[in-house]
Design a protein around this ligand. Structure first.
Ligand code: MN
Ligand code: MN
Length: 319
């Protein structure tokens, strides 16, 4: 029996509307209220790996606040994501803002505590650094991962200012550590700057095929989704979504915005076609509320997380 709580509307005997009360993600139950969680939404308030505008440490609270309006029924998939599986809010991981190494270690340990109990994680960032320890935890439970990465940026860069772990390097480090299935990783929405074309070579070596942002104007959403599904295959998949994949008009509240991105309708149109993947974990990162306006980015991120939770419910969970 799953607990859905206030997602169905005010509880029997409760006079709290959805905009009131404690903002767990989508007003889901807390992890301590259930015996077993199939999926835990966790916040990771960490942004010390940011290379440009800081502030993603406030992302989890912002996304939760804008998740209050989520409804229980998914019209496209014709399913109740919170009824078919026990989803909970596991709160925020405590992470050290002064040491990237310590933060990464602690995220890894806390994530493994959940994955070792058979709980899949959907993380709310936080900057993209947090993907590395999450990939470590997911790969130790499931083996090498096919990563589906939505982002304006490659995030397979090497050392910056002497740091090998920062928000532009998680997928390079993951590839080096053997966490990725190098035949089945996919970037989507890439644009923006690179320092040198050799970075694209490095990126290929890290196992990624690229669907660029411009392709969304030239191709159908069906063909893009079909390419992604074919590339990812039937193995364990980790979906990492940097909110800056969206155009700054659709997600201004982020640390390294890039012009000429995709819009939310294009993004969701592709996401909703990704049924059947064996999704073992994911994240929505780089939401920096200080640069947001009227909750545009918070809403986009909350709904993105909901789409992922729905897909996770539809995916084959046994791998
Ligand atoms: Mn990015
Ligand atoms: Mn990124």
């Amino acid at each position: 029996m799953t607990i859905e709580r206030d997602i169905q509307g005010p509880r029997e005997g409760s006079d709290l509307p959805r905009y009131a009360g404690i903002a767990t993600f989508a007003l889901l139950p807390r992890i301590d209220e259930v015996e077993h969680a199939d999926i835990a939404v966790v916040g990771i308030p960490f942004d010390s790996g940011t290379s440009f505008r800081p502030g993603a440490r406030f992302g989890p609270a912002h996304i939760r606040e804008h998740s209050r309006q989520l409804h229980p029924y998914h019209q496209i998939h014709e399913t109740f994501p919170f009824r078919n599986q026990q989803i909970v809010d596991a709160g925020d991981f405590g992470v050290n803002p002064y040491s990237i190494d310590q933060a990464v270690e602690s995220i890894h340990a806390k994530a493994e505590r959940l994955t070792s109990q058979g709980t899949r994680i959907l993380a709310l960032g936080g900057d993209h650094t947090v993907a590395l320890p999450l990939l470590r935890a997911a790969a130790s439970a499931h083996g090498p991962l096919a990563v589906l990465h939505f982002d304006a940026h490659l995030d397979t860069w090497d050392v910056l200012h002497g740091a090998s772990i920062w928000h532009g390097s998680p997928f390079r480090r993951a590839a080096e550590e053997g966490l990725l299935d190098l035949e089945h990783c996919q970037h989507v929405g890439i644009r923006g700057g690179v320092y040198d074309p050799s970075e694209l070579e490095d990126d290929r070596r890290a196992g990624f095929e690229i669907i660029r942002s411009e392709e969304f104007q030239e191709r159908s959403m069906q063909s893009i989704a079909a390419q992604i599904l074919e590339r990812l295959g039937s193995g364990p998949v980790y979906i990492s979504i940097d909110i800056d994949v969206l155009d700054p008009a659709h997600a201004p509240g982020t640390g390294t915005p890039e012009v000429a991105g995709i819009n939310t309708r294009e993004f969701f149109s592709v996401l909703r076609r990704l049924k059947g993947l064996n999704i073992v974990g994911g994240d929505v990162v780089e939401v920096a509320p200080a640069y947001d306006h009227a909750g545009v980015t918070g809403l986009a991120a909350a709904h993105t997380a909901w789409e992922l939770l729905t897909l996770m419910g539809l995916s084959a969970t046994g791998d």
